[in-house]
Design a protein around this ligand. Structure first.
Ligand SMILES: [Ca+2]
Ligand SMILES: [Ca+2]
Length: 235
């Protein structure tokens, strides 16, 4: 994998994914956002301009990440995919989105160093109401997206621009929807597995109900929302 093709899709209409059992995607909590835990910041962060009266200054703001296994209050806690998203979102974060090879490798290094078996990412198959758009078809190839930033992934067939594993539980390249083929749930969430099938450290489609450790990544939209709605709070 060299570069991830960044395909900016207008996926905003998909923000309201369908969750079983009446569960919802939760909103950020101002107190939890203000006290969010940051374990590390990325080297490749993001850039934005801040206007002053004299000139515009380029400021490099590095995004913060929280690793659930390093957090004492989460010791022994694993979450299903939506549970992981909601833990992060309440803190103005979301499950990690691996939009670049730099970020992908950086996260994988930490999984290996900390000997973590697997993690959830924000990756999700768009297989719910609202995913009928032509550019998402066929869903199994073009329907994957980073839910935290509403951004499409490169087609699963373009192996140079993604990090799907070449193997898995039934020795097939990922995504293989193995669990559904064996009579179980659809594998519609994206996890990074640490050599689980002796196949290296890379991406797998996994049924969303499984519980896993997770990585939260600061989410600029949620931070902006709280900064705007609570200007008196330092976030
Ligand atoms: Ca990211
Ligand atoms: Ca799979």
């Amino acid at each position: 994998m060299k570069i991830f093709a960044v395909v900016f899709g207008a996926l905003f209409s998909l923000a309201c994914a369908q969750f079983p059992g009446g569960r919802i995607l939760e909103s950020p909590d101002v107190a939890l956002c203000a006290t969010r835990v940051i374990h590390e910041r990325t080297p490749d962060g993001m850039y934005f301009c801040k206007n002053s009266s004299i000139t515009a200054t380029l400021i490099h703001k590095r995004k913060g990440y929280m690793f659930s296994w390093r957090e004492p209050s989460l010791r022994g806690v694993e979450e299903d995919w939506l549970g992981g998203r909601n833990y992060c979102r309440k803190r103005c974060m979301d499950l990690v989105s691996l939009e670049t090879s730099v970020e992908n490798e950086w996260i994988k290094q930490r999984i290996v160093k900390d000997k973590v078996k697997y993690i959830w990412t924000s990756g999700r198959l768009c297989d719910f109401k609202g995913c009928e758009r032509a550019d998402l078809q066929p869903i199994s190839i073009n329907g994957w997206f980073w839910t935290a930033v509403l951004q499409k992934l490169a087609p699963t067939t373009d192996r140079r621009q993604n990090d799907w594993s070449s193997s898995g539980g039934i020795n097939k390249p990922q995504p293989d929807n193995r669990e559904a083929q064996q009579g179980g749930a659809t594998e519609n969430c994206l996890a990074v597995l640490n050599n689980f099938y002796k196949d290296g450290v890379n991406w797998h489609d996994v049924a969303c109900h499984h519980r896993k450790p997770f990585v939260c990544e600061e989410n600029e939209d949620l931070l902006k929302y709280i900064r705007y709605s609570h200007p008196q709070v330092k976030i």
